[in-house]
Design a protein around this ligand. Sequence first.
Ligand SMILES: Cc1cc2nc3c(=O)[nH]c(=O)nc-3n(C[C@H](O)[C@H](O)[C@H](O)COP(=O)(O)OP(=O)(O)OC[C@H]3O[C@@H](n4cnc5c(N)ncnc54)[C@H](O)[C@@H]3O)c2cc1C
Length: 558
Amino acid sequence: MTDYTPPVSDISFLLNEVLGFESDVVDTETAEAVLEEAAKLARDVLAPLNNVGDVHGLKLGDDHSVTMPPGFKDAYDQYRDGGWNAVPFDEEYGGQGLPWALAFGVQEMWQGANMAFGLCPLLNQGAVEAITVHGSQEQKDFYLEKLISGQWTGTMNLTEPQAGSDLGLLRAKAERAEDGTYRISGQKIWITYGEHDFAENIIHLVLARLPGAPDDVRGISLFIVPKFLEDGSRNDVKCVGLDHKLGIHASPTCVMQYGDAGGAVGYLIGGEHQGLKCMFTMMNNARLCVGLQGVAIAERARQQAEAYAADRVQGKSFESGERVTINQHADVKRMLMSAKALTEAGRALTFEAAISLDGAIAGDEAAREKVDLLTPIVKAWCTDIAQEVTYLAIQVHGGMGFIEETKVAQYYRDARILPIYEGTNGIQAADLAFRKILRDGGKAAYAYIDALEAGLPSDEKEVLGGYINELRSAIGKLVETGAGGDLDKVGAMSSPLLKAFGIIAGGILLARSGSIAKGKGGEAFYDDKVKTAGFYLGNILPLAKANLEIAVNGSAAL
Ligand SMILES: Cc1cc2nc3c(=O)[nH]c(=O)nc-3n(C[C@H](O)[C@H](O)[C@H](O)COP(=O)(O)OP(=O)(O)OC[C@H]3O[C@@H](n4cnc5c(N)ncnc54)[C@H](O)[C@@H]3O)c2cc1C
């Protein structure tokens, strides 16, 4: 089964009724129409190719070309010609200038329909942002329009065999040339969409080190390295290998070789030794979007589990003694409700961050602090949710879940990369603890928690208020531990604290959703929201307590 129903009503309800999304550029009706149109492409074109990509995989030619699976090139053409690549970008360069919150709604559908396909625009987005923020006027004029339209695509080249989480170890070299350009050499591994047949040109954003540069992260610089140069000639960069992977078989994960014939022509972006700053611009929104991928794949997996459970007859009802479909058994209901509640809570937190991202771009400093704080939580917590929900989706299928023919195993395999790339979830936890909490003494975290508390639905104040107080006190403990200099302990506290933060913040947003839905009454859609929120508060929220306990006390044993 490959059916996928894009969750348009869920996204609209969340944005408009729960999170209070407002925009000067787009009214509610237009936003809805954009989501409905995206849903068609996702459901009718991208979703049916998801398993085709898994089964066929990719082909690396002797000429270093990569052939995408059948149907993918045509799907990309439809995606590009529909203007979908341009949704959130600058109108000056052909973008549609729509808010990120809406772009996230659209993007959830690409990722849910076909995550291996959706990675191409996700990586391109990082390149567009890096050039928009750090590029010279000339670079913006030359690259942005084509990257925004999707005529060209972009990549991020950070990783090398000895330099993964620790980019201070990277060795790729950049030499100054007399004409003001640079010559890049070295090898990058695991470069997503480093080569493919979607686009006329591929624009690589490559981190490399200049001669004499400091030998840590302060010594790295960022370069634009196009596959084809301005005069149409081929640059000295090629894909020399494709990795065989557990999942996302249709996403080319490339070994890229630079400079075999004397050095690839590269153009410096953002100044010498400014690579780290530029890299964070590339990575930050991408990290949020990886969290969104987690939500998206969880949604698709849980939809399939629900459909299977409504059809599979096994066992008898305790009440009637009749044989029933498995969705009548309490334990299967538990799995399906867990999958739904986790997915919806993850979505709520991700879109909360996306709305703050719009605020931050508009210059609101408080919104900037909030999105910075939420980014590692969204990335790590939502990608962990994807592990749990895809696991549950297989479990609901029983033995059939383990059989590839059902196609539910693909979501489980595909989802496994999410906690690893764009900074492992361990690195996200460290980012939260050290950079987002310790650095300002917890100010941004407390501000966000205060805002959550102020928005608590009155009927859940008592229960949720207790969790909020415990979260505050764990953050206080982290700050105190950091101030006392026990940084190993801060590191040990970081993952369980992040998890608890996600569970509590997501739970409060879901409680808000339930409370708003209760006010509507009657319709199945709203009743469902009330039920989901109730389930979350009783069955998932308590896990936050255990994680806070582990964060504060368990780490002492490490
Ligand atoms: C399918 C795929 C696609 C990818 N796409 C791209 C891409 O497009 N561009 C690109 O540049 N890279 C890409 N990557 C690379 C990816 O970003 C790295 O794999 C990731 O950053 C982790 O690095 P590593 O694999 O070397 O793991 P390591 O850094 O060796 O980490 C191993 C373990 O140690 C932990 N760890 C490491 N350092 C610390 C620390 N300081 N504190 C706490 N824990 C730590 C990690 O959390 C992890 O659990 C891709 C990888 C894959 C598999």
